[in-house]
Design a protein around this ligand. Sequence first.
Ligand code: PLP
Length: 366
Amino acid sequence: MSVIPINKPSITNLEIEYVNDAIKNGWGENCYNYINKFEKLFSNHIGTNYAVATSSCTGAIHLSLLALGIGPGDQVIVPELTWVATVEPVLYLGAEPIIVDVEKDTWCIDPRSIEEAITNKTKAIIVVHLYGNVCQMDEIMKIANKHNLKVLEDSAEGIGSKFDSKRVGSIGDLGVFSFHGTKTVTTGEGGMIVTNSEKFAKKIRILNNHGRNPEDPDHSVYWMRNYGYKYKISNIQAAIGCAQTERINELIEKKIKIFNWYKELLGHLPVKLNPKPAKGENGFWLPTIIDMRENYYCVEEVISKAKTKKIDLRPFFSPLSSLPFLTNKNNKVAYSLSTRGINLPSFHDITYKQCKDVVKFLDQFF
Ligand SMILES: *Cc1c(COP(=O)(O)O)cnc(C)c1O
């Protein structure tokens, strides 16, 4: 029996055709063709005026925080439950992450905890649409506007998710996405920043090009006023991204179908799955169960036993504040979810039979 992986991309002849074209013809005057097309396709899908492709979502977050002017002495509010990449760029910039609790129903940042954490040093809030679940964007934007804070939506896991009728990533000042090989849309490694602000889009393009500003009166190819960074994606990776974005509705529909299979198959167990937002949609990047019993299973035991059955399960993220380089916080909801949560295999090509095998395996722990 082969391994049931947690995630892997869906690659078709379209991706192969575009990559072949990029590798044969995407040089010289054509060296940005797929990058430009990828940015257009993606911003059209998300519904923003601008998109800038990057080499990773981590780099996209770094550039976003730079564009927002975050630096030493500033505080940035982040949720307790997320991948470490959400917070690392805050540390790169010498700013202070303020880690707040999540909601028990959405598993996403709790608007009340945000409000309680605001000080006169707070500059921005990074919200994370965890596993495809959707943050309470109306309340969050209200708080941000009231306190004059910027909002960055870490939508790395939010392809296919909507708050109301808007796609996540398009609601805050800036949104970022990941195209890592485990995500719903992939380029192998890659990321994207989306925004409706021309000012931020321009600033980010300059920052991502070593500080070179095409409007600089002193502009020459090798002269720049300020230093910058470089988190560019390659044309070859962007070719994969073009094919994936042309197939994006199919990729999202498959994720939703897999979630619904699990929902049906897990109906008899005392577990909670990713919630659907009251208004909007969940793209269900990663179906996840939370054991609702008082004496819940030991996550480590379930996962190590699964490995012997060649089923790749993952634990919920460790609370950020439990990491040795961050400051411990008493964020009770997040710590509780983290000890009860397990992510389920959900690559696009998983079969109903494989989902059934996963659930049959889980049955023994209840
Ligand atoms: C995957 C992920 C990232 C980082 O993406 P990379 O493209 O690997 O840099 C950031 N935030 C969240 C929430 C993620 O899941």
